[in-house]
Design a protein around this ligand. Structure first.
Ligand code: MN
Ligand code: MN
Length: 457
């Protein structure tokens, strides 16, 4: 199928695209974890006059058309609704993204000293190539919650004046047996230990470097070793997202899977005012480890929130709720693997997506015979083709690599189980799941335009 690169298209607004991506880079730099993305967006929503679903219910408010209503789940997943002019029972337009990304989580009992070096032990989260995390500057983001409920927010390694942390690697001179190993065994999960200090506490005999770390933590953050038990600390690449390429056509940044779709979906919801159908934007947690748990998409929070919203609109019927989902249309806004000319062997070129050609529909995901996949209906895809044409949006279609080469999943099948029409639709990424992922600015901006076209389509 003949498609034209966005950069070559007459109507492509390169200046608007560049402006949009400045906001995007800021968002992914300021919000590197699910908690930060949820808190950051709630703060902005409040400034825009949004009300929480709790407040709507407590005060018995009746949702008004165009009103912004939000609800979070344990501060790690978020739902944003913009009420439509049509009744809620006519169904929703849902943009479902996720805000968790592959990373290293600090263990509950992490701190130890070895040969007068202090380390934090980690357990990686999501699909990572472990060797990519060695010798790069790392930061710690997260919370420590004390027994009395006090929450201490921790961000170390992002300010220019902050120290950074990291995981060391063996010098090549002594790496003969290491280099003989397969890449998957090159570094074990247990070996991903973060070097954090090397000076002893004065006057301390045993484990003096560890004691020094505890003294620093106590002074700077006010918590003790025991408090690691009730902490969620995530190790992520340090530093801000940047322009990539001599022509500045791309963005290099951590966790663009899937905050690129979260940001573009959220912006589309904000900017597309007065929708006919109520728009929902989801920031799901735990997608990278199977959408599990109370904050993952398999949890009940989203269906519960829609039920509560329906009640606030004066309808409390379970049948009406089920019918809402049957009438709802979903874009599972998640990234796709862009064709990489350095690794053509894993891709089937006709059914691959390319940087700069717009967001990507994946009719199905899954692996080896579509197992574990949502398989979108042809009728729904036809509707979307028309909506994109109406919005003058460029898009492409793809599969995740060659048949039998591997595969992956998203939250699509979970929303499909509610009875909604669902398809995966997001931005192509290079170096996906690596510490520094790459996207095309043209695709980021076109995804935003596409999500807007979907809302009104
Ligand atoms: Mn994803
Ligand atoms: Mn992923």
């Amino acid at each position: 199928m003949k498609r034209e690169m966005l950069w070559k298209q007459e109507g492509f607004d390169a200046a608007a695209c560049s402006d949009f991506c400045e906001g995007y880079k800021k968002f992914i730099s300021d919000n590197k974890t699910e908690r930060e993305a949820v808190a950051g967006v709630i703060a902005e929503l409040k400034e825009k006059g949004a009300v929480s679903l709790d407040e709507v219910l407590e005060k018995g408010m009746k949702p008004e058309p165009n009103q912004l209503i939000y609800a979070d789940m344990m501060k790690k997943s978020l739902m944003i609704f913009r009420m439509g002019t049509a009744p809620l029972t006519e169904g929703l337009r849902i943009l479902g993204a996720h805000v968790d990304s592959p990373r290293l989580d600090i263990k509950q009992n992490p701190l130890y000293e070895d040969h007068e070096m202090a380390y934090l032990d980690t357990h990686y989260y999501g699909g990572v190539k472990k060797y990519q995390w060695l010798t790069i500057p790392l930061a710690i983001h997260g919370v420590v919650v004390k027994k009395d409920g006090t929450v201490i927010n921790v961000v170390i390694g992002e300010d220019e004046s902050d120290p950074v942390l990291g995981i060391t690697d063996l010098l090549p001179h002594l790496g003969k047996s290491q280099m003989g190993k397969k890449a998957g065994e090159f570094v074990s999960g247990e070996a991903l230990n973060l070097l954090i200090a090397s000076t002893p506490l004065k006057g301390e005999e045993k484990d003096a470097v560890k004691a020094n770390v505890l003294a620093i933590i106590k002074e700077k953050y006010g918590f003790e070793e025991e408090d690691f038990l009730s902490a969620e600390l995530e190790v992520v690449p340090a530093g801000r997202a940047r322009d990539y390429g001599l022509d500045r056509s791309m963005v290099l940044g951590y966790g663009q899977d899937d905050r690129v779709c979260a940001y573009t979906s959220y912006k589309a919801l904000l900017d597309q005012e007065n929708p006919v159908y109520t728009t929902a934007c989801l920031f799901a947690d735990k997608e990278e480890i199977g959408s599990v748990g109370a904050t993952g998409m398999t949890g009940t929070y989203f269906a519960d929130a829609v039920r509560e919203l329906l009640e606030a609109c004066g309808c409390a019927s379970e049948t009406a709720l089920r019918r809402i989902f049957k009438k709802s249309k979903v874009l599972s806004s998640d990234v796709s693997a862009g064709f990489d000319p350095l690794f053509p062997e894993v891709m089937e070129s006709k059914n691959s997506c390319y940087l700069g050609y717009g967001p990507v529909f994946n009719k199905f995901t899954g692996s080896g015979g579509k197992f574990g996949s949502n398989d979108a209906n042809a009728e729904y895809i036809a509707f979307l083709r028309a909506a994109m044409e109406k919005g003058k949006v460029s898009f492409q279609t793809a599969e995740l690599g060659k048949v039998d080469e591997g595969g992956g999943g998203t939250i699509a099948y979970i929303l499909a189980e509610l009875g909604c029409e669902v398809i995966d639709f997001g931005v192509a990424v290079l170096s996906m799941h690596s510490p520094h992922e790459v996207t095309s600015k043209a695709d980021v901006y076109e995804a935003y335009r596409a999500y807007r076209a979907f809302i009104v389509g």
